[in-house]
Design a protein around this ligand. Structure first.
Ligand code: PHE
Length: 471
């Protein structure tokens, strides 16, 4: 094996660009394209968007830098990296369990994320079929009514066999890249798919500028109405910011472990967070003009992507082709994220049990497939199975919703909270300072954010996540 970026014979990124693209690939995903527009739409637009940007800068970015610096110092799977930083700081190695929790979260998120990836595959297939049957000219699904197009989504999610198979296909594609290693597989997927993703995103946004309701979209997304900034809106924004930046699952610790010493982590974290935020905003600027131009409401949650948009593609010229390009783009983004999610438990199994990469990633796939099928069935035959219903906050939730809530509202915020405490208060200051690449006032500001603002804000999210009646 050649000497890599990390300066050892251990597999690693072949260049700084490869790391940046892979980390952006991890961050940019269904969170940006599906969750961000849905949350912005559900939380009233501008106030949410402005507060979201503030959260990325003040909470997301400091935790992102904290995670990557732990990984780079440890040069190992996430728990081992935490352990090394703790050891070098003369503190208890029990801190490694922060990362063990992250490994658990990444595994659970991977399981349901691939179900959504499967839904995207289904829509890619549907648009391909439409392109063949009705041609490029005119809108998509020209031989179907609006009601028929909107009915595609409930029909798909209740068909457990199809969604389970597609979940396993998406998981299999993810395995294909993870099994080939960091420089041979994971960075290749980012190197090719991320540029293709950006071209598609910019292309569809430009289409929206000319063909869609761009003025109305800009007003909607960027008009700040302070009275709309309520407690739940602020919490939705913080939660969205760290889901989107892939924080709290030790993912950035894992990717940081393959980075060489010559890379300035402060600068690269800034690039990653800016790119992720830009994509979220572009996703808004890409989706809402199409939705508004078709006279539809922005407030559709998951239905925005899977019902409102397909309906909107019905209304616009060339809708079959644009719709297909759109869902392919979403599929690319989802794949670079699922690869990152699978790498977290895979790296841990390799480090801990000394299994080969092929065996480790295969094991993760089998278990994530089993949990994923339960999630896939939970919108159909298993809708009545409420696995965590003994906790009030999970009442009435099927497997998919319960896993999303368990990670998004509990385990990921705990992971991010403990990471900021670890870097801010536990780890040796000199060690942290030598890794973070920041100087002067920026360094002082970052310390303040990691020590104070991040723990307090994350503790607040957790409290409200677990006890919603708190606000
Ligand atoms: N950030 C990814 C997205 O926006 C999701 C993700 C979370 C990926 C955690 C990796 C780790 O879709």
């Amino acid at each position: 094996m050649a000497l890599t970026q990390s300066g050892s014979t251990r597999d690693g990124w072949s260049s700084r660009t490869a790391f940046i693209l892979a980390a952006i690939g991890s961050a940019v995903g269904l969170g940006n394209l599906v969750r961000f527009p849905a949350e912005a739409g559900a939380n009233g637009g501008g106030a949410f968007v402005m507060f979201y940007i503030l959260c990325v800068i003040l909470i997301g970015l400091p935790v992102l830098l904290s995670e990557t610096l732990i990984g780079r110092h440890g040069q190992a799977a996430a728990p081992e990296s935490f352990r090394k930083v703790a050891e070098h700081s003369g503190k208890s190695t029990a801190w490694e369990h922060v990362a063990s929790l992250g490994v658990f979260s990444a595994f659970v998120v991977l399981s349901f994320y691939c179900v959504l990836g499967g839904w995207v595959l289904y829509y890619i297939g549907t648009f391909v079929g439409d392109l063949f049957s009705t041609g490029v000219v005119g809108g998509a699904f020209s031989d179907s009514t609006v009601a028929e197009v909107e009915a595609l989504f409930p029909a798909m999610i209740s068909d457990g066999i199809t969604t389970s198979i597609l979940d396993l296909v998406f998981l299999g594609i993810t395995l294909f890249f993870v099994a080939r290693g960091v420089s041979g597989g994971i960075e290749k997927v980012a190197l090719y798919l991320m540029p293709a993703f950006f071209v598609l995103l910019v292309g569809i946004t430009i289409y929206g500028m000319f063909g869609g309701a761009m003025g109305q979209t800009v007003d909607y997304l960027f008009t700040f109405e302070p009275e709309k900034l309520t407690g739940p809106v602020m919490l939705a924004a913080v939660g969205q910011a760290f889901f989107s930046l892939s924080l709290g699952v030790a993912g950035m610790v894992t990717y940081g472990a393959y980075v060489g010493r010559n890379v300035n982590l402060g600068v690269t974290s800034g690039i990653i967070a800016s790119a992720d935020t830009m994509v979220a905003l572009l996703a808004g600027l890409c989706i809402f003009p199409i939705v508004f131009a078709a006279g539809l409401s922005p407030n559709g949650g998951l239905g925005l992507m899977f019902q409102t948009l397909p309906h909107a593609f019905q209304e616009i010229p060339g809708g079959s082709l644009i719709g297909l390009a759109f869902f392919i783009m979403v599929g690319f983004a989802a794949l670079t994220s699922s690869v990152a999610l699978m790498e977290v438990p895979t790296a841990w199994i390799i480090d801990r049990f000394r299994f080969t990469r092929a065996v480790a990633s295969g094991m993760v796939t089998v278990f994530a497939g089993a949990l994923g099928v339960l999630c896939a069935l939970s919108t159909g035959v298993l809708a009545g199975f409420h696995p965590l219903a003994f906790f009030p906050m999970f009442e009435g939730m099927g497997m998919l919703d319960a896993m999303d809530t368990l990670t998004g509202k509990i385990t990921m915020p705990i992971g991010a909270l403990l990471t900021s405490i670890f870097v801010g208060w536990i780890a040796n200051k000199r060690l942290v300072d030598s890794e973070n690449g920041l100087g002067g006032a920026l360094h002082v500001f970052w310390r303040f954010l990691v020590c104070w603002l991040c723990p307090i804000a994350l503790a607040a999210i957790l409290l409200v996540g677990v006890f919603p009646s708190f606000i």
